[in-house]
Design a protein around this ligand. Structure first.
Ligand code: SF4
Ligand code: SF4
Ligand code: SF4
Length: 371
């Protein structure tokens, strides 16, 4: 992608929850802070012309930024579609009214067992908060609630874990009646041994599903059928195997491999302090458990919006070269190999690539996705 199309802004790294799965617990050399007004102003006043969508997200709770409504208003004034990702705790009646008044285009709320547990442990003024109720109330307030199109798209972000799959099933049943337009499920990035046992994709990594597959020889097209039969006979598992590609009534069950949506679709991420990264995975220094080892993922910035415009940063030679490496996906296949000594960081790989390497990135293998 030649242009910036999607601008993700991290307004703050502060949060009103302390989830066990939060990457903030495993940051190194990072401080917590809010984006300053002049940083935001500088960035938004020289917005590149092809930006279509601005999303307030990142690691932290955007609604804890003291001026978030003014930031949203300024983002809306650019003519872009504007979205917000929240844990929903502060989505009370007043906030819902304000967001609707600003004609927010997308609202994404994290609604899964991890967030639920944290919300239920809140105390003081915050106890008795029920994010489900907040979501329901927001959905009903939207002009067009009973019709389509609605003024604000309402989405649920859900982190899949072994222990909450039943909750996910319930959500699928309830979502249409709650007024939810979209559910974006993703996987858990485990940060310690205990969380490792919760992931739902270990078999996919173990079976080298994502390596170059000379073995793929057969394409199978199946008709609509009752899923219980697919599950009972283990057919579903077989369909996501390295030896087959599959489609459901001619609609391909796409298996993504070595493809970075962020880079290919023109995404750019701005951290709360103005540093600019190509993706959410490279926004903060952090450790995570991968292939059974604690791996350090260093953050990568190609500039700071306090010093230059987004377009100048995007056009920088080093950034262009990085995007080319990602588009060609020249990296070693670390998700299905390893771990070797080089695997312990994203600093280098055995194909001679240097920081930041993307061969171990689970976003690029279709396992992780962001709203
Ligand atoms: S809501 Fe998000 S940012 Fe806040 S603690 Fe939980 S995972 Fe971290
Ligand atoms: S860098 Fe290590 S883990 Fe990655 S592909 Fe090479 S040998 Fe395997
Ligand atoms: S492949 Fe992964 S680490 Fe590399 S730019 Fe894309 S999301 Fe970031």
């Amino acid at each position: 992608m030649k242009h910036i199309t999607n601008l993700y802004i991290e307004p703050t790294t502060e949060c009103n929850l302390s989830c066990s799965i939060c990457s903030r617990n495993h940051w190194t050399n990072e401080t917590i802070g809010h984006m300053e007004h002049h940083t935001f102003e500088r960035m938004i006043s020289s917005l590149p012309p092809n930006v279509e969508r601005i999303v307030f997200s990142g690691v932290g709770e955007p609604l804890t930024h003291p001026n978030i409504l003014s930031l949203i208003a300024q983002a809306k004034a650019t003519g872009c579609k504007v979205g917000l990702v929240t844990n929903g705790v502060l989505l009370d009646d007043t906030m819902a009214n304000e967001l609707l008044k600003l004609e927010l285009d997308e609202l994404w709320v994290s609604l899964d067992s991890v967030h639920e547990e944290e919300v239920s442990s809140l105390s003081g003024d915050m106890d008795n908060i029920n994010v489900y109720d907040n979501v329901l109330a927001f959905a009903k307030k939207r002009p067009g609630h009973y019709t389509s199109p609605k003024t604000t798209t309402l989405g649920i972000a859900f982190i899949l874990m072994k222990s909450n799959l039943q909750q996910f099933r319930h959500l699928l049943k309830k979502a249409p009646f709650m007024g939810v337009d979209m559910i974006k499920a993703t996987h858990l990035l485990p940060y310690d041994e205990a969380q490792l046992s919760e992931i739902c994709y270990e078999r996919l990594l173990g079976m080298n599903l994502f390596q170059e597959q000379q073995a793929i020889t057969t394409h199978v097209d199946i008709p609509l059928m009752e899923s219980s039969h697919l599950e009972d006979e283990g057919i579903l598992n077989q369909l996501i195997s390295p030896t087959l590609s599959a489609s459901l009534f001619e609609v391909p069950i796409v298996r993504q491999k070595d493809k970075c949506k962020f880079v290919e679709d023109g995404y750019i991420f701005v951290r709360w302090d103005g540093e600019v990264s190509p993706c959410v995975a490279l926004l903060h220094d952090h450790y995570a458990m991968q292939q059974g080892v604690k791996r350090f993922n260093g953050s990568c910035s190609y500039g700071n919006v306090k010093d230059c415009s987004l377009q100048e940063i995007w056009d920088q030679r080093e950034y262009q070269e990085f995007r080319k490496r990602v588009a060609d996906f020249v990296f070693s296949p670390c998700t299905s190999c390893g771990p070797c000594d080089l695997f312990e960081t994203n600093g280098a790989d055995c194909s001679g690539n240097i920081f930041p390497t993307c061969g171990a990135c689970l976003w690029a293998q279709g396992l992780f996705q962001c709203p």
